[in-house]
Design a protein around this ligand. Structure first.
Ligand code: C2G
Length: 133
Protein backbone atom coordinates (compact mmCIF):
# COMPACT_ATOMS: atom_id res chain seq x y z
CA UNK A 1 0.00 0.00 0.00
CA UNK A 2 1.60 3.23 -1.19
CA UNK A 3 0.20 6.48 0.21
CA UNK A 4 0.57 9.75 -1.64
CA UNK A 5 0.01 13.09 0.10
CA UNK A 6 -0.28 16.53 -1.44
CA UNK A 7 -1.12 20.02 -0.18
CA UNK A 8 -2.92 22.92 -1.79
CA UNK A 9 -5.54 25.63 -1.54
CA UNK A 10 -7.63 24.54 -4.56
CA UNK A 11 -9.50 27.85 -4.70
CA UNK A 12 -11.75 28.38 -7.76
CA UNK A 13 -11.15 24.74 -8.66
CA UNK A 14 -9.88 24.29 -12.23
CA UNK A 15 -8.38 21.75 -14.65
CA UNK A 16 -4.81 22.45 -13.48
CA UNK A 17 -5.82 21.18 -10.03
CA UNK A 18 -7.46 18.08 -11.57
CA UNK A 19 -4.37 17.30 -13.65
CA UNK A 20 -2.16 17.55 -10.57
CA UNK A 21 -4.42 15.38 -8.40
CA UNK A 22 -4.90 12.71 -11.10
CA UNK A 23 -1.16 12.35 -11.66
CA UNK A 24 -0.53 12.35 -7.89
CA UNK A 25 -3.10 9.56 -7.42
CA UNK A 26 -1.46 7.51 -10.17
CA UNK A 27 1.81 7.47 -8.18
CA UNK A 28 0.32 5.27 -5.45
CA UNK A 29 -2.70 3.38 -4.12
CA UNK A 30 -4.18 6.11 -1.96
CA UNK A 31 -4.28 9.88 -2.30
CA UNK A 32 -4.56 12.13 0.77
CA UNK A 33 -5.00 15.87 0.26
CA UNK A 34 -4.24 18.63 2.77
CA UNK A 35 -6.42 21.64 1.94
CA UNK A 36 -5.09 24.87 3.40
CA UNK A 37 -7.46 26.61 5.79
CA UNK A 38 -8.93 30.07 5.18
CA UNK A 39 -6.84 31.44 8.07
CA UNK A 40 -3.65 29.93 6.65
CA UNK A 41 -4.38 31.55 3.29
CA UNK A 42 -4.98 34.89 4.88
CA UNK A 43 -1.67 34.71 6.72
CA UNK A 44 0.13 33.56 3.53
CA UNK A 45 -1.46 35.78 0.86
CA UNK A 46 -3.14 38.61 2.79
CA UNK A 47 -6.58 37.68 1.43
CA UNK A 48 -9.16 35.00 1.97
CA UNK A 49 -9.85 32.47 -0.79
CA UNK A 50 -12.98 33.03 -2.93
CA UNK A 51 -14.34 29.60 -1.89
CA UNK A 52 -14.60 28.83 1.83
CA UNK A 53 -12.53 25.99 3.28
CA UNK A 54 -15.73 23.94 3.73
CA UNK A 55 -16.54 24.25 0.02
CA UNK A 56 -12.95 23.66 -1.10
CA UNK A 57 -12.81 20.50 1.02
CA UNK A 58 -16.21 19.36 -0.27
CA UNK A 59 -14.98 19.63 -3.87
CA UNK A 60 -11.74 17.73 -3.14
CA UNK A 61 -13.61 15.07 -1.15
CA UNK A 62 -16.00 14.43 -4.01
CA UNK A 63 -13.23 13.42 -6.44
CA UNK A 64 -13.16 9.67 -6.97
CA UNK A 65 -9.37 9.43 -6.89
CA UNK A 66 -9.07 11.26 -3.55
CA UNK A 67 -9.29 8.90 -0.58
CA UNK A 68 -9.04 11.39 2.25
CA UNK A 69 -8.92 15.13 2.71
CA UNK A 70 -7.92 17.11 5.81
CA UNK A 71 -7.55 20.78 6.69
CA UNK A 72 -3.97 22.09 6.64
CA UNK A 73 -3.79 24.51 9.56
CA UNK A 74 -0.13 25.51 9.47
CA UNK A 75 2.71 25.47 6.95
CA UNK A 76 5.07 24.46 9.77
CA UNK A 77 3.21 21.22 10.41
CA UNK A 78 4.08 19.49 7.11
CA UNK A 79 6.41 16.91 8.73
CA UNK A 80 3.78 16.18 11.36
CA UNK A 81 1.08 15.63 8.70
CA UNK A 82 3.36 13.40 6.62
CA UNK A 83 4.07 11.20 9.65
CA UNK A 84 0.51 11.21 10.95
CA UNK A 85 -0.93 10.09 7.59
CA UNK A 86 2.01 7.69 7.00
CA UNK A 87 2.78 9.19 3.59
CA UNK A 88 5.18 7.32 1.30
CA UNK A 89 5.28 10.11 -1.28
CA UNK A 90 4.83 13.88 -1.03
CA UNK A 91 3.71 15.40 -4.34
CA UNK A 92 3.78 19.11 -5.15
CA UNK A 93 3.53 21.17 -8.32
CA UNK A 94 6.88 22.34 -9.69
CA UNK A 95 6.16 25.92 -8.58
CA UNK A 96 7.35 24.48 -5.25
CA UNK A 97 10.43 22.76 -6.72
CA UNK A 98 13.15 22.34 -4.09
CA UNK A 99 11.01 23.85 -1.32
CA UNK A 100 10.08 20.50 0.22
CA UNK A 101 13.36 18.62 -0.16
CA UNK A 102 13.85 18.70 3.61
CA UNK A 103 11.14 16.03 3.90
CA UNK A 104 13.14 13.46 1.93
CA UNK A 105 14.13 11.85 5.24
CA UNK A 106 10.42 11.11 5.90
CA UNK A 107 9.21 10.11 2.43
CA UNK A 108 9.85 10.37 -1.30
CA UNK A 109 9.32 13.92 -2.63
CA UNK A 110 8.06 14.39 -6.19
CA UNK A 111 7.43 17.67 -8.06
CA UNK A 112 5.02 17.46 -10.98
CA UNK A 113 4.90 19.88 -13.87
CA UNK A 114 2.18 22.54 -13.56
CA UNK A 115 -0.49 22.81 -16.22
CA UNK A 116 0.38 25.89 -18.29
CA UNK A 117 -1.96 28.85 -18.86
CA UNK A 118 -4.42 28.29 -16.04
CA UNK A 119 -4.35 29.65 -12.50
CA UNK A 120 -6.74 30.78 -9.81
CA UNK A 121 -5.19 34.26 -9.82
CA UNK A 122 -5.70 34.61 -13.57
CA UNK A 123 -9.31 33.36 -13.34
CA UNK A 124 -10.09 35.87 -10.58
CA UNK A 125 -8.61 38.63 -12.75
CA UNK A 126 -10.71 37.64 -15.79
CA UNK A 127 -13.90 37.46 -13.70
CA UNK A 128 -13.23 40.77 -11.94
CA UNK A 129 -12.41 42.56 -15.21
CA UNK A 130 -15.45 41.27 -17.09
CA UNK A 131 -17.76 42.22 -14.19
CA UNK A 132 -16.57 45.83 -14.23
CA UNK A 133 -17.00 46.20 -18.02
N1 C2G B 1 -1.32 23.47 -9.99
C1 C2G B 1 -0.92 22.94 -11.23
N2 C2G B 1 -1.16 23.65 -12.37
C2 C2G B 1 -1.78 24.85 -12.33
C3 C2G B 1 -2.20 25.39 -11.09
C4 C2G B 1 -1.95 24.66 -9.93
O1 C2G B 1 -0.34 21.84 -11.31
N3 C2G B 1 -1.97 25.51 -13.47
C5 C2G B 1 -1.03 22.69 -8.78
C6 C2G B 1 -0.08 23.43 -7.83
O2 C2G B 1 1.26 23.26 -8.24
C7 C2G B 1 -0.38 22.75 -6.50
C8 C2G B 1 -1.86 22.36 -6.64
O3 C2G B 1 -2.19 22.46 -8.02
O4 C2G B 1 0.40 21.58 -6.35
C9 C2G B 1 -2.75 23.29 -5.83
O5 C2G B 1 -2.50 24.61 -6.26
P1 C2G B 1 -2.81 25.84 -5.29
O6 C2G B 1 -4.17 25.74 -4.79
O7 C2G B 1 -2.37 27.07 -5.98
O8 C2G B 1 -1.86 25.49 -4.06
P2 C2G B 1 -0.98 26.48 -3.22
O9 C2G B 1 -1.75 27.70 -2.85
O10 C2G B 1 0.32 26.58 -3.93
O11 C2G B 1 -0.86 25.67 -1.88
O12 C2G B 1 1.67 24.40 1.72
C10 C2G B 1 1.61 24.46 0.36
C11 C2G B 1 0.34 25.05 -0.05
O13 C2G B 1 -0.75 24.52 0.66
C12 C2G B 1 0.20 24.90 -1.54
Amino acid sequence: MKRVLTFGTYDVFHVGHINLLQRAAALGDELIVGVSSDALNFSKKGRYPIYSEQDRMKIINSLRYVNLCFREESLEKKAEYLKYYKADVLVMGDDWKGKFDEFRDICEVVYLERTPSVSTTQLIEVITTSRSE
